[in-house]
Design a protein. Structure first.
Length: 82
């Protein structure tokens, strides 16, 4: 599982064998959240949350929003869509 970035000290992961639509998993501190990227320009949208508090989710969302174009490009690269 390739980590493509870090946010708030957490790993941002795109699985190579994962399904569409483009999305990222943010993992750490015993929690995981999944954000749909809404490529090519976002904004990211919360899909699933397993344990993160609302304040942390907001910080993660803000960070992903600022990087959504790069994350979409990584999704395409990892899935051979470029």
């Amino acid at each position: 599982m390739p980590s493509v970035d870090t946010v708030e000290g957490l790993r941002v992961v795109i699985y190579s064998n994962d399904h569409r639509p483009a999305h990222v998993h943010v993992i750490g501190n015993g929690c995981e959240v999944v954000f749909k990227l809404n490529c090519p320009e976002g904004p990211p949208e919360l899909r699933e949350n397993y344990g993160f508090a609302a304040a942390k989710l907001s910080k993660i969302n803000t960070a992903l929003t600022s990087r959504v174009v790069v994350l979409c490009a990584e999704w395409r690269r990892i899935h051979g869509l470029q």
